[in-house]
Write a protein that binds this ligand. Structure first.
Ligand SMILES: Cc1cc2nc3c(=O)[nH]c(=O)nc-3n(C[C@H](O)[C@H](O)[C@H](O)COP(=O)(O)OP(=O)(O)OC[C@H]3O[C@@H](n4cnc5c(N)ncnc54)[C@H](O)[C@@H]3O)c2cc1C
Length: 388
């Protein structure tokens, strides 16, 4: 469609085409057997698919080879995430777990013992984690909003407080949770520290699911005198804010890549449908109103992809990339929403039907303008840099 190969090497084009075939031949047929709002495939199907990705050398693509992954570099992983998200569950559960589940925080900040205990089992699909920052007092500004506290005692760290909107909490074996470790007043920036809390630890519990716009309901986490040892600290005391900032800044780039992937798929669906659907004696594709929707989507999507790839390249070159990351997340999440919205419009009633993935992508994408930092916060970060 766009005559531009984005400077991708032959190797990366091969990766794209391998993942594309896998999604089309292995994931989509399995998804079609499930409810349109399903959030996972049956366990035995996931295990079988994982065997396949292992034999292709594609299992846990972004994990280092020493931990059993495929060792993809950052840019290649962004391309991978774009491609692997092109299916119904793709924005919530990219690849349906066939390529493994996310492993990030412990990989970047864990001690060797923590990597042995948590990272390796995660890579091997024997454990899963979840990531808890947001509290009822707010998520956009965690340095001030975090009120959950860990107090040092003779026996270890005693955690008290609540987290909210936490995805994957039901299936997690452990939580990486960000808490205050100072005694200062609430509402001002405090000392933030991260702990790994196993979900069987006394004093830890989760609420009933909290139904939201997308099928997967997040949970509230409750910590009541939950005691963890010093060995469960991830990174150093007071290093939690820098850790969450660096993790989120880099996660947002492949996250933006996922939005680009789904938008691409929606645009292609809209193009195909506009050629076959006739109204008033002509295919939709011959109506200027429809042609302009397609053109606007193609232009916005091309621009968003360039911004995402640029951010991934800057990160891969180890240059400062925080502004690039904010631009990528902001632009890709908003553009994808527009592109999917136009694709729904062109499909008419069919665009809203659960038979197609468009309505689900629309709902999933709506959460993406709030999750991983609301659009307004990214605009604030970008304008702060412009005005500094
Ligand atoms: C489905 C779902 C899954 C989630 N999963 C997780 C998870 O796994 N782990 C986790 O820790 N959190 C998770 N979250 C929480 C999410 O990260 C937060 O909702 C998000 O960070 C925003 O925080 P908030 O909801 O408290 O909004 P607030 O911080 O209260 O902000 C409300 C609104 O105010 C506006 N705003 C905020 N700051 C500014 C500003 N400076 N300038 C202008 N406008 C501003 C924005 O429009 C924002 O949407 C999830 C949320 C949802 C809905």
């Amino acid at each position: 469609m766009v005559r531009h190969d984005y400077g991708l090497s032959d190797e990366l084009k091969m990766l794209q085409s391998t993942v594309r075939k896998f999604i089309k031949n292995e994931i989509i047929p399995e998804e079609q057997k499930e409810d349109p709002d399903a959030i996972e495939l049956p366990e035995e199907v996931v295990s079988r698919l994982q065997e396949k990705t292992r034999s292709m050398g594609m299992y846990q693509p972004s994990a280092p080879e020493e931990y059993g992954g495929a060792g993809l570099d950052f840019f290649s992983n962004t391309i991978f995430m774009e491609e692997v998200s092109k299916h119904r569950q793709g924005l919530y559960n990219a690849g349906c777990g066939a390529f493994g589940h996310p492993i990030n925080p412990i990989l970047y900040a864990g001690t060797e013992a923590q990597k042995e205990k948590y990272l390796k089992p995660c890579v091997q699909a024997a454990m899963r984690g979840c990531f808890a920052i947001t509290e009822p007092s707010g998520g956009s500004d965690p340095a001030r909003a975090i009120r959950t506290r860990a107090k040092k005692t003779d026996k270890g760290w005693l955690i008290n407080g609540n987290k909210i909107w936490i995805s994957h909490a039901k299936v997690a074996d452990f939580v990486t949770v960000f808490v205050r470790t100072d005694d200062g007043p609430i509402g001002i920036r405090g000392e933030i520290t991260c702990f790994i809390v196993e979900t069987g630890t006394p004093g830890y519990s989760i609420s009933n699911p909290i139904p939201v716009i997308r099928p997967e309901a997040p949970y509230e986490l409750i910590f009541e005198d939950c005691l963890v040892s010093e060995e469960q600290m991830l990174g150093k005391r007071g290093g939690g804010f820098d850790l969450l900032k660096s993790l989120l800044t880099q996660n947002r780039i492949p996250y933006a890549g996922q939005c680009v992937g789904v938008a691409q798929e929606s645009l292609e669906m809209a193009i195909e449908y506009s050629k076959i659907r006739e109204t008033f004696g002509k295919p939709l594709a011959q109506r200027q109103a429809v042609q302009w929707m397609l053109a606007d989507s193609a232009v916005e999507l091309h621009a968003a992809r360039l911004v995402v790839y640029n951010a991934a390249r800057v990160r891969a070159e180890n240059k400062p990339f925080d502004i690039e990351s904010s631009m990528a997340k902001l632009m890709a999440s908003e553009v994808a929403m527009n592109v999917v919205d136009r694709a729904i419009q062109i499909h008419g009633g069919m665009g809203l039907a659960k038979e197609l993935p468009l309505e689900r992508w629309y709902r999933e994408l709506r959460t993406r303008r709030i999750g991983e930092g609301p659009s307004e916060v990214h605009r604030m970060v970008i304008s702060r840099e412009l005005l500094s």
